[in-house]
Design a binder for this molecule. Structure first.
Ligand code: FES
Length: 92
């Protein structure tokens, strides 16, 4: 019996989302930072889902989570810009 070990090396160390195209969650987050907002954008930019398609649900979940966290960060940044005080100046 022959044992074959396949190593998938990802330069940035993220979790692999698309095995066929070696796309990690970090690649997806980076694409979102670069302006990707849809699964179609990820497919076009990274090739996600263009072979077997089994990665599409996880790619969509990662995209949604990244977009949600990005919009949350945007709201927090806007709130901090509008209300620059941290609240510590009111402490004792
Ligand atoms: S795992 Fe993504 S296309 Fe096959």
């Amino acid at each position: 019996m022959v044992l074959t070990i396949i190593l998938i090396r990802v330069h940035n160390g993220g979790m692999i989302i698309c095995v066929c195209k070696a796309v990690s969650d970090r690649h997806i987050r980076s694409a979102v930072k670069g302006g990707a907002t849809s699964l179609r954008d990820l497919t076009r930019e990274l090739g996600v889902g263009t072979c077997c398609g089994k990665c599409l649900p996880e790619a969509k979940a990662t995209l949604s989570a990244t977009l949600d966290s990005r919009s949350e960060s945007t709201v927090l940044a806007a709130a901090h810009a509008y209300f620059p005080r941290t609240g510590t100046e009111f402490a004792g």
